[in-house]
Design a protein around this ligand. Structure first.
Ligand SMILES: [Mg+2]
Length: 265
């Protein structure tokens, strides 16, 4: 059994699969970067159907206070959705994989081009209209085609999304869980984390990143390369993370130990 308070240097080396429970963050010196869906909350069949666990708002507020504000949610979701789910949260929120940040000046990305997403949205909306199992989602800088209702549509959705990206320079394809997202090229969670780490109150702290999805892997690798705490939530065998936790509930429990908050029910 791995000692959950083992030093960071005890991380598995190289590309070996992620080990067990990570060391509990020391919020006097760590900065927290947390994905949302599948990490802090369980994934729901439709993105709007997620349930916010009772403990979560208070837990995030306690973590924010203990870390001196060095906490950020880093999600592929729209910023407005995240703020709606967690209206009390006062840390930084990065939405749409880094296309949007709240507060607006928390992580400026000078020079990041935001090409017109209209044609990309129109193409994915047209694809979604071809089958009832597809779900179209508009993003502030792009769009998503979901196929969770019929996983067999993966190859068809990928081929169609690849064709859309090929036809629209300046955009990139991002695979997510049961979905393909098209967003501006150059937007990614690791770049968003790197920008935040350059600024107070994050600067000088050791980064912690927790995420469940392929979209989190670049940030997990970035944090691991800096000897931070990289945590994969779930059972992906090829994660860049050094540690793993089984579920959002296990992640919340782990975070609660950093601030001595207990989950009920
Ligand atoms: Mg996620």
């Amino acid at each position: 059994m791995t000692d959950p308070r083992a030093p960071t240097s005890g991380a598995p080396a190289g590309n070996r699969p992620a080990g067990g429970p990570p060391p509990v963050p020391d919020l006097s010196r760590h900065a927290l970067f947390l994905d949302f869906d599948g990490t802090l909350v369980d994934i729901a069949p439709r993105p709007d159907d997620i349930r916010i666990p009772e403990i979560l708002p208070g837990l995030l507020t306690a973590l924010d206070a203990a870390a001196g504000g060095a906490i950020a949610l880093v999600s592929g979701r729209r910023l407005a959705d995240l703020r709606g789910f967690l209206p009390e949260f006062r840390g930084v929120i990065v939405g749409s994989h880094g296309s949007e940040t709240w507060p607006e000046d928390a992580a400026p990305a000078p020079g990041l081009r935001q090409p017109d997403a209209g044609p990309v949205r129109a193409a994915l909306r047209a694809l979604a209209a071809t089958r009832a199992a597809y779900l179209f989602e508009e993003k502030p800088a792009g769009a998503v085609i979901h196929f969770r209702a019929d996983p067999a549509l993966d190859a068809e959705a990928r081929a169609a999304a690849e064709a859309v990206v090929a036809a629209h320079p300046g955009f990139a394809l991002q695979r997510a869980k049961m979905a393909y997202e098209i967003h501006p090229a150059g937007v990614s969670k690791d770049r968003a984390v790197a920008r935040l780490m350059d600024r107070a109150p994050f600067r000088g702290r050791v980064p912690v990143f927790a995420g469940d999805d392929t979209t989190d892997e670049p940030a997990l690798g970035w944090v691991r390369a800096r000897e931070g705490i990289s945590v994969h939530v779930g059972d992906r065998p090829d994660t860049a993370a050094a540690w793993r936790l089984d579920s959002p509930a296990a992640l919340r429990d782990w975070l609660a130990r950093a601030v001595s908050v207990e989950e009920r029910g």
